[in-house]
Design a protein around this ligand. Structure first.
Ligand SMILES: C[S@@+](CC[C@H](N)C(=O)[O-])C[C@H]1O[C@@H](n2cnc3c(N)ncnc32)[C@H](O)[C@@H]1O
Length: 229
């Protein structure tokens, strides 16, 4: 799989996960089509039934968005990266590769703090990250991110929000004070689920809250926000 990483070992793992994700996407399409047909479809992607269904699914960030995460992390020299929603570790691999490459180039230390509420997913993520050779740059915290992220261990350079929508704003409330000046925050799918994300977008789009924010209208939309002084 060709990515911006230029890392054959990581790309082999990503290719396997991409294939697994494609198979699961077909299954997910059938699931949501059936729901629509039976008029039970809800726009709330975090409903109990949906949560059960996606419990063992990758629902990984799109490769282009992962490439962008890598590139932005490299651009700002990110060393402390936090991710809300690790799943099987796809985006984590990109983030960890960025931190590793920054450390290789400039020396010092760096870490990606992943968060995953499903212990089995966290185990699988750890195995995938190890296979990609990136374990020294990742710590996956198992549990509810609203708790596990209360102390990220220092000023955070980059935050990826890619998880269940109703929890994104509460996690942002935990993380905002821990972001360094100039930190970047990426939040996925804000256009596709515009209404559901309104509590989050109204926060980051209001300069009074200390952020400047833009929407990248691509594949469901990606909100990119910068923490100001
Ligand atoms: C969209 S997936 C993340 C995909 C991942 N970023 C990737 O690219 O592979 C969202 C993940 O968030 C996890 N999650 C849901 N609620 C959580 C919570 N309260 N704390 C931590 N993780 C949670 C889910 O189990 C799921 O695996």
């Amino acid at each position: 799989m060709k990515t911006v990483l230029c890392d054959a070992r990581a790309e082999a793992v990503l290719a396997r996960l991409d294939e697994q994700g494609r198979q699961q996407s077909a299954e997910m399409r059938r699931y949501y089509d059936a729901k629509r047909e039976s008029a039970k479809r809800t726009t709330d992607p975090a409903s109990k039934h949906d949560m059960d269904f996606v419990r063992d699914k990758l629902v990984a960030l799109d490769p282009e968005k992962c490439d962008l995460c890598y590139t932005l992390c490299r651009a700002i020299g990110a060393r402390r990266v936090v991710e809300f929603g690790t799943s099987f570790g796809v985006s984590t691999i990109y983030l960890a590769a960025a931190v590793r490459d920054t450390v290789r180039e400039r020396g010092g230390e760096g870490i990606v703090i992943g968060t995953e509420i499903e212990p089995r997913k966290a185990e699988i993520a750890a195995a995938n990250i190890a296979e990609a050779g990136l374990s020294p740059f990742v710590e996956v915290r198992v549990g509810d991110a609203r708790e596990t992220l209360k102390n990220a261990g220092g000023p955070v350079d980059f935050l990826l929000l890619d998880s269940w929508i109703p929890l994104v704003r509460p996690v942002m409330d935990v993380m905002a004070p821990q972001l360094r000046r100039g930190a970047m925050v990426l939040c996925d799918n804000v256009e596709k689920y515009e209404r559901e994300y309104s509590d989050y977008t109204s926060f980051v789009r209001d300069p009074k809250n200390g952020f400047r924010s833009v929407l990248l209208s691509h594949q469901g939309g990606l909100e990119i926000s910068i923490k100001l002084g």
